[in-house]
Design a binder for this molecule. Sequence first.
Ligand code: FAD
Length: 289
Amino acid sequence: MSKSVIVVGTGNAALCAALAALESGAGVTLLEKADKSLSGGNTKYTAGAMRFAYDGADDLLPLLRNPEDPRVKRADFGSYTTEKFANDLLGFNDGRPLSEEQEALVHQSGATLRWLASHGVKFEPIYSRQSFEKDGRHVFWGGLTLAAENEGVGLFDMELAAVERLGGTVRYNSAVTGLVTDAGRVCGVQIGQERLLADAVILACGGFEANGALRVKHMGENWEAAKAPRDPRKSLGALGLRPAAKTTGEHLCAHCTRTFCANISCARLRINRSLRSWTFYPLQSHPCR
Ligand SMILES: Cc1cc2nc3c(=O)[nH]c(=O)nc-3n(C[C@H](O)[C@H](O)[C@H](O)COP(=O)(O)OP(=O)(O)OC[C@H]3O[C@@H](n4cnc5c(N)ncnc54)[C@H](O)[C@@H]3O)c2cc1C
């Protein structure tokens, strides 16, 4: 009998987790707090830009929606090797070695893009922001070369279509309010008064950036002043669920952009004005303490 999997959220993380579970034969239900029109979380706000390791144009062509675009023949995509990717990340690590998650990111990013493309999630070169023209050629820089077709909304649409093709279902207006445990093992979720059991539960319900108290707790008191997009979902992320999900990863650094910084007191955040520029986006991290 196939295993049942609950995935909480419908952003990029949730849809990728759902795809992987469906591929291995599980029955998958995604639970989304928002209604259909607001589903997809922060994923839909993004440019869909993908930082991943590649050795040259041959690695990129199979990922493109339109490899016959005449601009592709006039593009110098260069390379973004695993070594370069690792070095870029080390530059933000304050002397720490790469974490397990960062190692996975560096070494599995290329394969992950190929996997997504095999499910019909296609990409296009970021001509407008990541290349300049020289001698009639589009020269790419910065290792950030492709974005999902139609940016974050396109990424969401293509991934959701792939999930639905494999038989995954989404329940909207279903905010998960807690985890159900049995002998210390998570065996389901609580949606208000309703209890839904499953063989496995995957929390992919986003970050806690919209929650001031959690920002202070995990990042430092200066982050109380930061502004996050006003969003009816006002996510607490997985950390807001009780019993709280185990924490992992690095909470002490983050990047923020002018989108978030408008109207804030930069003195309180101790962010140098020049660091607010878009030009660092999206691989900028600011020590928070
Ligand atoms: C303006 C902006 C631009 C960005 N651009 C890029 C970019 O170009 N490239 C890039 O790689 N990254 C970018 N990022 C970062 C990117 O958005 C996030 O890393 C990514 O969206 C995280 O995906 P996720 O699935 O973890 O969370 P989300 O996409 O936020 O999804 C979380 C989902 O969980 C749901 N949810 C929350 N709580 C519950 C609950 N209790 N029950 C049920 N559902 C719940 C939410 O409604 C939402 O659908 C950008 C971020 C922003 C804000």
